[in-house]
Design a protein around this ligand. Structure first.
Ligand code: SF4
Ligand code: SF4
Length: 1020
């Protein structure tokens, strides 16, 4: 009967020993597995629910098809398929023998492992073993001979030229894993060959590989007796190697064989398109300890096979930024394995394990995640750690300023929110305002297309194209805020949520059927993330709309463009949302020859702007991803490098020049090419009436302005030239003017305002009062109140100005240094000024007081100081800090006036403070020209703080919301009065634009330039 003896030649003691060893191996395996499971059980649940059924289905498809492994590295994919299928079949074979020998035979007294079944079993397992050996050998050759950078574990981007100890261990385990597989497979064939040489069965051909090895052994002189000896010795060797392999699976690289299944099954189908929310009930938004990662993240760490595909695809890594997604995951895994899912005792996750600059280097382009064969979601892991950095205020100053600008103005340019629709005013037709009238299509424009001058031109072109095609569309104008895609990827979750809330509110109030956007970043978040916060309408990218309009003949190509072009796939349109075809269809429809860059579609190379990187400075001397892309494009000898993303246009316009390809090709938006192909004229006959109306209005205004000015001048000249009044002929007719005698010069001292009393908590340490002088945020477009004393309230925003922000930071740092005390913020302003106070409270101030009365509009610094002094009198602080200046009426004089009113010592322009809470404070102040004074000041005192003394911390929107629980006392400021005021602003004048010029150069050169200007003005 066709079969073979399982425990050949082993006595019962040998069999017992084998079973003991077998159970021991399984016990070690289960112990190792249990440690991982315990680690996962300690972790948080994933923030995004996992659809198990769909996940398992996708996992099976991916594993069985090996499609993820073959992409962009078919050699490794095929080699892995040999190993994987070989191993799986051999494992099934071993399980089948166990089933037959240990379960079916003892229980039922029969065996199925014989006869025809055995022959087929033998043949299949022979081929499986051969596949496994071939796969392992190919992988070994690849590692040893191909010199692949993605497998070297060197961190060249960090200047490392030698392996770290951990990386050396990774290399050892890689080889150990492959060697173990090879050893088991080879000894298995040796065992089979020895058996065939000893038994010489008639059905030996059903074990072709074993038979081949047997013949080879025979060629080398092995006889039957030798084969019997080999079989006896090798039996134990092979058996023990296999048991050791099983036992060690959870302890080293082999664990990926199990973790991968979990990682693939738990994959988020919308990964990166939609980031995880902050889990409910978690106080901090970010992750600062490995224990805060979800079990899904931890399974991701364990699943990494170190294949290096993500490392190779990462644009940050490619151009030398200190980030490799592979190394990030491996570092997290190492740390997590050491701490077993608990907070690291002696290592900080961010700082010791992962460097902040590593996290900030990420572009959220998703190239790593897209190519990862085991479904690791690197960007979400990175963003969760970034959230912690944002909460700690550990972010680039430029980025911090941008986040502040978005919070204050709703756009990353820091422009007045009313200017968002300004670009549309240059059009010869009016674009509907969807807040007032209905349209089919809402065009969500986005920041860059709204505010960047180059992109504004593209927006105008798109508007003209839509009008030419008869599309009924409109805008939200200043109702739109930045969509928040990149704000979320930076890690400012609270600000993202408030932007979503605002935009959804505006969309709900507008009447339209669907949305189009020119911005892939807005497209992604509105499509994939907004629905988690409220109902949205279908959204599409303008490339698909243009493709449809061209195909339907609503845009007619008049002049096919005979251009050789290449298309840059924007990450957020292509890789994240699969929008590859529409832009190519547009380019083909207008007659372009489209040639592909080597890195296209899913493998597109990020422009470097994503993940908020556009708001952070690039490292000097390091090639930008956009410049790297320009070299790739230049090799194609193209006429036009085509973009369909406003940020891409900005990045590549710049990179074309800095990379030396200015003369090689032009960078253009897809809409500009369409406009050229259809010979779009900006003026249409039907646009003439409204255009004429606009021109007439503008001309009339200009004439009125010129005439009024001339009349004014004329009147002034005439009045000056008029003869002096003639004396009245009769003195009786002229009333005698009685002039009151001048009062004695007895000015009343300005005193602290008598404000309503409020409950001031007892002091528990030093108290520092910080004067927060509200400052209006103005754009280029604003109007004055009728009396000309102030800007229209609608054109004002209230922000924490940089000087007061520095004063607040210094107060917080002082209290933190002393370890006791409180910071109380005071402002004089209307309800809107509470926005600044909320931010101040979010940053750490303990309480706030706001004083206001309508009579205080336009109050001068002395009046403001009088109000602040009224609060100080009740609070009795140890120190009072104010910013050196601000951009509202209460400018630099406030601190001085406050000190005078309160009779306190005063130091201005402080650049350094040292105070331990005791009586004397050491102040360093810097004067013009860099001269520094350092002196002591008795407290209580007033100190005005200069910017640059510190780096003010960042308050996330989440913190601002949480600060709503902190108290703000509101006091009626009617008693402040104006009697003491030096002046009241009567008229505010906007400075003429474009009249200033910066003089560059050394002191001597600047002086010479000034002298020249003066000579020219004098006509000398
Ligand atoms: S998202 Fe892009 S930049 Fe960030 S790690 Fe992945 S590949 Fe690198
Ligand atoms: S994270 Fe994924 S792509 Fe990167 S090395 Fe690990 S398995 Fe490979």
């Amino acid at each position: 009967m066709e079969t073979r003896e399982l425990f050949w030649g082993l006595g019962s003691a040998g069999v017992t020993a084998f079973y003991v060893l077998g159970f021991s191996a399984i016990a070690v395996f289960l112990w190792g597995l249990g440690r991982h499971i315990a680690k996962y059980r300690r972790a948080a649940p994933p923030a995004i629910a996992i659809a198990i059924g769909a996940g398992l289905h996708r996992m099976l498809v991916d594993v069985l098809s090996h499609r993820m492994l073959r992409r962009r590295d078919s050699f490794a994919g095929h080699a892995h398929a040999g190993i994987f299928f070989g191993f799986v079949l051999l494992a099934i074979g071993t399980a089948t023998i166990t089933l037959d020998y240990d379960i079916v035979a003892p229980l039922f007294g029969v065996s199925f492992w014989k006869g025809g079944f055995y022959l087929w079993f033998s043949l299949i397992l022979d081929l499986a073993g051969l596949g496994l050996i071939a796969g392992v050998v190919l992988m070994m050759v690849r590692r040893a001979a191909f010199g692949l950078a993605k497998l070297d574990y060197l961190r060249a981007y960090r200047g490392e030229t030698a392996l770290r100890p951990a990386a050396r261990a990774w290399r050892v385990e890689d080889w150990l894993f492959m060697a173990a597989l090879l050893l088991i497979a080879v000894t298995g064939f040796l065992q089979e060959a020895a058996g065939l040489l000893v038994d010489r069965p008639a059905w030996a051909a059903w074990s072709p590989v074993g038979l081949g090895v047997a013949r080879l052994l025979a060629v080398f002189g092995m006889d039957q007796a030798g084969a019997a000896e080999l079989r006896a010795a090798n039996w134990w060797f092979h058996g023990l190697a296999a048991l050791a392999f099983v036992a060690a699976i959870p302890l080293y690289k082999a664990k990926h064989m199990i973790a991968v299944l979990g990682s693939l099954a738990a994959r988020d189908p919308l990964a990166l398109r939609r980031l995880p929310k902050v889990p409910d009930g978690r106080a901090a938004a970010g992750i600062s300890s490995v224990a805060e990662f979800s079990w899904k993240d931890m399974v991701n760490f364990d699943a990494c096979t170190k294949c290096g595909r993500c490392h190779e695809a990462c644009p940050a890594q490619s151009v030398g930024y200190p980030l490799s997604p592979r190394d990030l995951i491996l570092d997290l895994r190492l740390h997590n394995d050491r701490s077993q899912g608990r907070p690291g005792a002696d290592e900080r996750l961010i700082g010791d394990v992962i460097a902040p600059e590593t996290l900030w280097a990420c572009r959220s382009c998703g190239a790593c995640q897209e190519i990862c064969p085991v479904g690791i979601e690197h960007p979400a892991i990175i963003v969760q750690m970034r959230r912690h950095l944002v909460e700690q205020g550990e972010l680039d100053p430029l980025l911090q300023a941008t986040l502040g600008a978005v919070a204050d103005t709703g756009n990353s340019f820091g422009e007045n929110f009313r200017k968002r629709g300004s670009w549309a005013r240059a059009l010869e037709f009016r674009v509907k305002d969807l807040r007032r009238e209905a349209a089919d299509l809402l065009w969500f424009v986005g920041d860059y297309a709204s505010f960047d001058p180059r992109n504004q031109k593209v927006s105008q072109t798109v508007a003209r194209l839509l009008r030419a095609a008869g599309v009924d569309f409109g805008l939200l104008y200043d109702g739109e805020r930045t969509a928040g895609n990149d704000i979320r990827r930076v890690g400012e979750e609270g600000l993202f949520e408030s932007l979503v809330e605002h935009n959804l509110g505006q969309m709900r109030a507008a009447a339209f059927a669907s949305i189009v956007t020119t911005d892939p970043h807005s497209y992604n978040t509105i499509k994939n993330e907004y629905p988690e916060y409220g109902e949205t309408k279908p959204i599409r990218h303008y490339s698909s709309l243009l493709a449809e309009l061209l195909q339907a003949g609503r845009l007619k190509v008049v002049k096919p463009l005979d251009r050789r072009v290449t298309l840059h796939d924007p990450c957020h349109l292509g890789r994240l949302n699969g929008g590859y075809e529409a832009p190519r269809a547009v380019l083909e429809a207008i007659g372009c020859e489209v040639v592909e860059m080597p890195r296209n579609r899913g493998n597109s190379f990020c422009c470097g702007a994503g993940g908020g990187r556009i708001w952070m400075p690039d490292r000097p001397g390091v090639e930008k991803p956009s410049e790297n892309r320009m070299h790739e494009a230049a090799a194609l000898a193209i006429d036009v490098f085509v973009t369909c993303c406003p940020k891409d246009l900005t990045m590549f316009e710049d990179a074309r020049k800095t990379s030396g390809h200015e003369k090689d090709f032009v960078v253009g938006d897809i809409a500009e090419l369409v406009a050229e192909a259809i010979e779009l004229k900006s003026l249409d006959l039907k646009d003439l009436p409204p255009l004429a109306e606009r021109i007439t209005d503008a001309v009339a205004n200009r004439i009125a302005e010129v005439v009024a000015t001339r009349l004014d001048r004329l009147l002034a000249t005439r009045l000056a030239a008029a003869p002096p009044p003639v004396a009245a002929s009769s003195t009786d007719a002229v009333p005698v003017l009685r002039v009151a005698p001048a009062p004695a010069w007895t000015p009343a001292p300005v005193t602290a305002a008598d404000l309503p009393a409020y409950e001031v908590p007892a002091k528990a340490g030093p108290r520092i009062l910080v004067a927060v002088k509200h400052a209006a945020v103005l754009g280029d477009d604003y109007a004055f109140t009728e009396d000309g004393r102030d800007v229209q309230p609608g054109d004002l925003g209230y922000v924490l100005n940089e000087w007061d922000d520095a004063a607040l930071e210094e107060a917080l740092l002082t209290v933190e240094r002393i370890g006791a005390g409180e910071v109380v913020a005071v402002t004089v302003g209307p309800e809107q000024a509470e926005e600044s106070l909320r931010k101040v409270l979010a940053k750490g101030a303990h309480r706030a007081v706001r004083v206001w009365h309508d009579s205080l509009v336009g109050a001068d610094p002395v009046t403001v100081a009088r109000a602040l002094a009224g609060v100080a009198r009740q609070e009795q602080p140890d120190l009072i800090f104010a910013g050196v200046q601000s951009s509202d009426s209460a400018h630099g004089a406030t601190g001085t006036a406050l000190a005078r009113i309160l009779g306190l010592p005063h130091a201005a322009v402080a650049v350094k403070l040292e105070w331990d809470g005791a009586a004397t404070l050491a102040v360093t102040r810097e004067l013009e020209g860099g001269v520094r004074h350092r002196f002591g000041l008795a407290s209580p005192a007033v100190v005005t703080i200069q910017t640059g003394i510190n780096k003010p911390r960042y308050a996330t929107m989440r913190m601002v919301k949480q600060a709503k629980a902190k108290p703000i006392v509101v006091l009626d400021g009617a008693a402040v009065g104006r009697e003491c005021a030096g002046y009241v602003v009567r008229r505010a004048l906007a400075p003429p634009k474009g009249r200033a010029q910066m003089i560059q150069g050394s002191g001597a050169e600047v002086a010479a330039a000034i002298a020249k200007i003066i000579r020219e003005k004098r006509g000398a």
